[in-house]
Structures are given as C-alpha cells and as structure tokens.
Ligand binder design. Structure first.
Ligand SMILES: *Cc1c(COP(=O)(O)O)cnc(C)c1O
Length: 443
C-alpha cells in the first residue's frame, strides 16, 4: 500500500467488525479481568505460552487495538500503551539502565524529561550525559559513549526550540556501540515522521499531545522496532532466564528474548514495570485515543499549514525579535527538516517577543482566540510563555543552555482558521503597542 500518502488502512488495523456484531467502532472493554475458561487455559496464559488477556493492569482488548495500530503506523514489531508519556519515558529508561548505567541524551528535551533525568534518575544509579553534540555535532559523539552507556535518547524535533535530530547518523553510532537509539516522537507523530525508518530502536510518545489531539486525556506509548540485537551482553535483563517466564509444566526458565524474540523490550516492560509499578492506560482513554488517531493525518496536515501562515505573519512583525521555526531557510535545522519532515514540520514553534516582560505578559493577557495553557498538538491553538510555565522546572542557566530565552513565546497551531488566528495576534500586539503604530506598520 505504499502508493498511499498516508496508510489509513493501518489506522483501521487490529479490529475485525465481524467478531464484534459488525460494530464499526471498536468496543470499550470496561472490565478488570477475563474468564480463564478452564485450568488448562489459565496455566497456559500464566506461562505466556498462549496469548490472551489476564488483567487490565497488564493488557486489555481496547488498549490492545491502540497498541497494534500505533505499532503498524510506526512500522514497529509491537507497542505498549501506558497512562502517560512520562510513564513511557521512565519505564523505557529504567529498563535500559536497570541496576545503573548512563544514558547519552540531547539537552533539547521536554522540561519534565530533563528534570527527571537530572534530579530523579541519578538516585536510582542512572546518570544522564546531556550533550549538545547529540543534535549539533553527532560525528563528535563517539567519544561521549562510555562503557556503561546504555542508549542514546533524543526528541525527533525538540521542545520548544525546534532542534531536529539526525536520526540516521545517531542510529549508526548507537549500533556501532551495541546500544539502542530511543526517540521521543511526540511532536511529529507517525504521520510526519517514522523514526524506525531511520534506524531508531525504540520510539516513545506522549499520546496526550498530537496523537490524541483533543486535550481530554493523558496517555503514552512505547514502540519497539524489533530489530535490535538485545543479546549482545549489555542487557542481561532481556537475555537471562527468568523465574517469571518459567514453563509451569517443566519448570524450565526462559528469557524475554526467547519467549518474544520480536518484542522482548516492550514485553519485559509490560510484565515487570507496568505490572508492578502500574501506570496502566484505562480502556476508555484508549478508546478516546483511537478516535483521535482516526483524524491524525487531517489534523497534522492542517497544523503544518497553519504554522506556515502564522510564521509568515510573524516574520513581518516589528515586535518579533526572532522566530525559531526549522522551516525557515535561516534556521540551522532547515536542511535536516527537509530530510526528515517531507510533509512539513509540526505546528509547534516559538518566537522572541520584542519588548519588556511586562509587555509580553500584557500581550498574552490580550489574546482571545488562542488558549493559554500547557499542551501541544491540540485541536485548539495554544500560546504560552515557556520559561515561566512548561520549562519553569529548569534553572535560568539550564534554560539559557538550551536556547530558552526569557522573552520566548511558544505557539502550537490547532485547527482554527489561520486568518482568525493571525487577527487575534494582531489585535493583541495592537493592545500593547497601540493601534496607531500597528496600522502604520501595515501600510
Ligand atoms: C508532554 C510531553 C511528554 C510527557 O507526556 P505526558 O503524557 O504529559 O506524561 C514527553 N515528551 C514530550 C515531547 C512531551 O511534549
């Protein structure tokens, strides 16, 4: 089906109406548990020799459809849905560096990720080397990989500065050192970019954002590519025989690699971190996310176009000091953007407000149509002063290091009419700087 611009059939995967009274929309399996039928079947389920549903903390038929569809869309072997993007990231990191180790990461990350990496994970013996070279100079990266480095972690397009990772180069370097490349693909979604196509081994999502796109739930996903050589000795947690996976009749212990050679990573997380730490996605939220994914291509393409129009407006505005949008030829990420985002860039970018902090706050207070809250990729267009909100966990110095200036304003384009969005920005600038000056500028 490669002739499709975007393979909509994959969005309809993993569900057969003929098994559900011909219901077109997948049912919400609002159940805690599942009948085992008989003792033989129960034994097989618990030995994982037969697929099936055990308990909704571990798996659920509605959640399962979401997992299969996202795995299909990203070209992965399997996926695991979780209660949040942070759970997806944290379980991934804990699994990769279990018992201690290092992760080489981009510094241009979601504020919550950087905060957890710098201040929480070290208490578990997991240390992060956040190096700008990951994005800006991957060829220099080789020397940053230490014997106990367990993975490279990047966002495909960074938050909120628009830094684009050279996934192909990063994957090649990671694989030379026997470690996986992990990509947070939240902004791009599988519609704009499939990291696995460029060699990524694990893709994580906050489905809270553009994947669901309606600002009504929190969800996360982990997708496994299914090609990484986990048996190379660096990841004994996937390679060594486990009591959990013993064959109940013979007592023989098996490893995750042996039981699920195509998906040992997400299966390990499902049966350990999800099972015991418990950030399970509920079936109703999985159902809402399935609805959101139905319109993924339409929403994302509209956001791409809306962003281009708003950027063109801001470029001509005298109260704009700079624009960080990787689609501008002046951006250092312009070429990278052309390569990795042929359909266009996600509608999330930032600009520098030219004026005092008080004026920028008056500007935000004058905005009517755009929403002022922290979420991106939503159906509603969003405007936010990141240094004071989304990235307020970081110190001022940490903010400066990742190019988050005090006057930064972040936009995330939604689905409204672009002319209306521009008119709203215009009236807010006029409120702050005076309508007369505004008019003069336009003539
Ligand atoms: C929001 C976000 C997260 C965290 O996801 P939650 O679903 O809010 O837990 C992680 N990464 C990126 C890039 C995000 O935007």
């Amino acid at each position: 089906m490669s002739h499709y611009h975007f393979d909509t059939l994959k969005i309809r995967a993993a569900y057969d109406p003929s098994l559900h009274n011909q219901a077109v929309s997948p049912p919400i399996y609002q159940t805690t548990a599942y009948e085992f039928q008989d003792t033989k079947k129960a034994a097989a389920l618990f030995a994982f020799t037969e697929p099936g549903f055990l308990y909704t903390r571990v798996n659920n038929p509605t959640v399962d459809i979401l997992e299969r569809r996202i795995a299909e869309l990203d070209g992965g072997s399997a996926a695991l849905a979780l209660a949040s993007g942070m759970a997806a990231i944290s379980y991934t990191i804990l699994t990769l560096a279990e018992g201690g180790g290092r992760i080489l990461a981009s510094p241009y990350l979601y504020g919550g990720s950087t905060d957890a990496f710098q201040r929480l994970f070290p208490r578990f013996g997991i240390h992060f080397d956040q190096s700008a070279a990951v994005i800006d100079n991957p060829a220099e990266l080789e020397k940053e990989i230490k014997p106990d480095t367990k993975a490279i972690f990047v966002e495909s397009i960074g938050n909120p500065t628009g830094a684009i990772a050279d996934l192909e180069t990063l994957a090649a370097i990671a694989h030379r050192h026997g470690i996986p490349l992990v990509v947070d693909n939240t902004f791009a979604t599988p519609y704009l970019l499939n990291p696995i196509q460029y060699g990524a081994d694990i893709v994580v999502y906050s489905a809270t954002k553009a994947l669901n796109g309606h600002g009504n739930l929190i969800a996360g996903l982990i997708v496994e590519a299914g090609k990484f050589a986990w048996g190379n000795g660096k990841f004994p947690q996937l390679q060594e025989p486990e009591y959990l996976l013993r064959d109940r009749s013979t007592g023989r212990k098996r490893s995750f690699l042996e039981v699920t050679p195509q998906a040992p990573f997400v299966t390990r997380i499902r049966l350990t971190y999800l099972n015991y730490f418990g950030a399970a996605l509920g079936p109703f939220d999985a159902y809402l996310t399935l609805l959101g994914v139905e319109t993924l291509s339409e929403r994302l393409q509209k956001q791409v176009e809306n962003a281009k129009k708003v950027v063109a407006y801001l470029e001509k505005n005298e109260h704009v000091a700079w624009i960080q949008y990787s689609g501008l030829p002046s951006s250092r990420y312009y070429q990278q953007g052309k390569k990795y985002f042929p359909k266009g860039l996600p509608g999330i970018f930032s600009f520098g407000f030219k004026g005092t902090i008080a004026e920028s706050e008056a500007f935000l207070d004058a905005i009517q149509l755009w929403s002022y809250h922290v979420n991106v990729g939503d159906a509603r267009s969003l405007i936010v002063n990141s240094p004071k909100t989304t990235h307020s966990e970081l110190t001022e110095e940490e903010q400066r290091k990742v190019a988050i200036e005090p006057n930064l304003i972040r936009l995330s384009l939604g689905l409204e009419d672009p002319e209306d969005l521009i008119a709203d920005l215009d009236q807010a600038f006029a409120t702050v700087f005076g309508a007369a000056a505004q008019k003069e500028r336009q003539s």
